[in-house]
Design a protein around this ligand. Structure first.
Ligand code: NDP
Length: 237
C-alpha cells in the first residue's frame, strides 16, 4: 500500500493485463487515475466502473494522439507507459508495416509521452515505462524485432533520467519476464518455450508488476532513476 492521495496518474495502455493491474493498484492507493486504451472498449469501461478511473480512447501508434492525451491531463505526478504489442515469429514472414507499427507503439509512444509529460510535471514526478527482460536476453528465436523495441527503452531511461534529474523527476524502466496476460498466457502460446528458463516455476502475475510500479512511483524511490528493474522469476538469471 502506497499513499497516492492527491496524486494524478496517467497509464498509457491500461485496459487489460499489466496496465489494468497498475490502474487497479494506483486507484486503490488513492491516486486520481486516467488510462488510455485503443481496441478494448468494453474492458476499459468495465475497469473504469470498477476503479473510478477515467478511460480515454487514444491510439498509442499515433504520435499526435499520444501527445494530445498527455497534454490534456495537465500536470501529472505519475506517468506510466505500458501499451505494447509483441510480434514473435519468423522475421522472414513478418508484415513490415506491422513491425513498424510495433516500433511506433513500443518505442515512439514512450518517448513522446514521457517528454510531453515532463513539460508540465511538478518536481519529484515519476515516469515509468514497461520494457521487457528481452531487452537483456533473447534466449529463443523469433523475438528480434520485439527485443529491439524493448532495448531501445534502456537508452530512453538512461537519457531522460539525466534530462529531468535536476527536477527530481525519476525515469525508470520495469522489465518483466513472463507474466500471465492476453499477450503471454501461462498456458499455450510461447509458455512451453519460456517456462524452462524460470527459476520460480510459474508465470508472474500482473499485480506483481503493479507492486513494483507502486514502489517506483512512491516516495521511497526518490533516489532511483535511470535504472532497469527486472522482475522475471529468474528468467534471465
Ligand atoms: P496485453 O496484450 O495483455 O495488454 C496490452 C495493453 O496495451 C492493453 O491494455 C492494450 O489496450 C494496450 N495497447 C496495445 N496497443 C495499444 C495502442 N495502439 N494504443 C493504446 N493502447 C494499446 O499485454 P501485457 O499486459 O502482457 O503487456 C503490457 C506491457 O508489458 C507491454 O509493453 C509488454 O510488451 C510488456 N511485457 C509483457 C510481458 C508478458 O509476459 N506479459 C513480459 C514483458 C513485457 P487495447 O486492448 O485497448 O488496445
Amino acid at each position: 500500500m502506497t499513499d497516492f492521495t492527491s496524486k494524478k496518474a496517467l497509464v498509457i495502455g491500461g485496459s487489460r493485463g499489466i496496465g489494468a493491474a497498475i490502474v487497479r493498484r494506483f486507484a486503490a492507493d488513492g491516486a486520481q487515475v486516467t488510462f488510455t486504451y485503443s481496441g478494448s472498449h468494453d474492458a476499459a469501461q468495465a475497469l473504469a466502473a470498477e476503479t473510478g478511473a477515467t478511460a480515454v480512447r487514444s491510439d498509442a501508434a499515433d504520435r499526435q494522439q499520444v501527445v494530445d492525451v498527455v497534454a490534456a491531463q495537465g500536470p501529472l505526478d505519475i506517468l506510466v507507459v505500458n501499451a505494447g504489442v509483441a510480434i514473435i515469429g519468423d522475421p522472414l514472414t513478418f508484415d513490415a508495416d506491422e513491425v513498424d507499427r510495433m516500433i511506433d507503439i513500443n518505442v515512439r509512444a514512450p518517448y513522446h509521452a514521457s517528454v510531453e509529460a515532463a513539460r508540465r510535471m511538478p518536481d519529484g514526478g515519476r515516469i515509468i515505462v514497461i520494457g521487457s527482460v528481452n531487452a537483456d536476453a533473447v534466449p529463443f528465436a523469433g523475438a528480434a524485432a520485439y527485443a529491439l523495441t524493448k532495448s531501445a527503452l534502456q537508452g530512453l531511461g538512461r537519457g531522460l533520467a539525466r534530462d529531468f534529474g535536476d527536477r527530481g523527476i525519476t525515469v525508470n524502466i520495469i522489465q518483466p519476464g513472463p507474466i500471465d496476460t492476453d499477450m503471454n498466457p501461462a498456458e499455450g502460446g510461447i509458455a512451453d518455450i519460456v517456462k524452462p528458463f524460470l527459476a520460480i516455476k510459474r508465470y508472474g502475475r500482473a499485480d506483481e508488476i503493479a507492486g513494483l510500479a507502486a514502489y517506483l512511483a512512491g516516495p521511497e524511490a526518490s533516489y532511483v532513476t535511470g535504472a532497469f528493474h527486472t522482475i522475471d522469476g529468474g528468467f534471465g538469471a
